[in-house]
Design a protein around this ligand. Sequence first.
Ligand code: MD3
Ligand code: FE
Length: 203
Amino acid sequence: MAFSRDLDLNGVRIIQGALDAEAQINLLEDIRGILRAAPLFQPMTPTGRPLSVRMSAAGEYGWVSDRKGYRYEPRHPSGNPWPPIPPSLFLLWEKYSNSDRKPECCLVNWYAPEAKMGLHQDNDEADLTKPVLSISLGDEARFRVGGQSRSDPTRSVWLKSGDIAVLQGASRLAFHGIDKLRPNSSRLMPNGGRVNLTLRVVT
Ligand code: MD3
Ligand code: FE
């Protein structure tokens, strides 16, 4: 909070140092609450390969992937509804999203030290003019973002614990991914790893 700086990476707004240490610790407690109600699971691609990232969600919808395909669902694979999005995250959405709609999903991505996420587009949401807000916690990760075609040139930046990214306008449909983590680069979590939260309007 004290020393934040704004960066533009192919139209993605990155607010480095948006959350101070105390805010990060409080958010991690909120995430632990979400994961008690909706434990992490390992999504399978429709071709049957597991993603290296483990996931869960809060809100009216969570994103799931299995043999039937990718989609938003109102329930965790256990059959229970997702827990509510914590108030702290609605406040961050109000502060950074400039959106007239409230988020309906907080996707929780958990990266073990070896996890990564290949280049992809997020287009399972009904209204792609609505922003996505991303919050990074834990170990640093090299984030890559290109354009609206897979073959467009990409740029990358290391996302650190407490950084926030806002995806809107043309960048909302940009190809992006996480190349790798930098192990032991944060002391937020006792056993390392990384959590990324994304707040989304789904319907
Ligand atoms: C650009 N997550 O959940 S966050 C994802 O760090 C995802 O876990 C990555 O890609 C992560 O889909 C990257 C930054 C991000 C999130 C959503 C985006 C960038 C985006 C949606 C559209 C364009
Ligand atoms: Fe994505």
